[in-house]
Ligand binder design. Sequence first.
Ligand code: G1P
Length: 291
Amino acid sequence: MIKKAILPVAGLGTRFLPASKSIPKEMVTVVDRPAIEYVVKEAIAAGIEQIILVTHSSKTSIENYFDRNFELETSLEQKKKFDLLKEITEILPAHVTVVSVRQAQPLGLGHAVLCAKDLVGNDAFAVLLPDVLVKDTNEKNDLSLMIQRFQQTQSAQIMVEAVPKHLVDQYGIVDVATLPAEGESVTMQGIVEKPDVADAPSNLSVVGRYILPAKIMQLLQQTPKGAGNEIQLTDAIALLQHTEQVEAYRMKGQTFDCGNKLGYLKAVLHYGVAHPTLGTEFKALIQELAL
Ligand code: G1P
């Protein structure tokens, strides 16, 4: 069973300045909670029980958010604000733990994942990149379908979605013989990080959700610097393909890239209208603006 998920959160979020100048970009609010909470909840909905944050000294507010806050709880209790108390104490279910490890140098996503090597040990694990929010409307989310497929096939799963051709140079891009249906996986022939538009093997982009075997850690140790002069997870996955079948899983849900400002605003709109208590009024507000 896949019970551990690595969330690399050490990046400084320059694409999100000035919002991310003094708070982590992962702590920027989407509706009424930080963006990172949606990603953690997505992992938990897929059965993950241990969240491994690969983090940076400037980002302790992420760990604090998932920790208990005794002073705040006591104050809410004294003021009999029990709804709020319940809300802040139930951010994580009791069976889920959050641990963290530091990425001391910004050497790339592959290096960030490698920092969690001792924490994952011999277990296969998930990786979720927190810039991208994945909104699933199905009962089983995409990550849980990837985990299910991994359990059946033991093949690493890479979540992909189609992007406009001119954007392929911003993503990992996979090569497949046939386009999988949404919610299905096919054998990947290759994967390349941020190819030139002219050289891209397809327009299927790596979304930032992966199910990987423990062996990827040894491969990351051997992975030379690649695109952007960084150690790329994509390159280690390409190495894994030399010895094992790797599959591309085509997602059913919708993505919001909160690493860029418009993507973030789009997320606020979508999560806002879907919010259980604010949704109806928020929708009315949007309609008012559209007039
Ligand atoms: C990372 C990955 C890339 C993936 C992307 C998804 O790139 O390296 O393969 O497609 O996330 O958001 P980054 O956005 O960190 O440059």
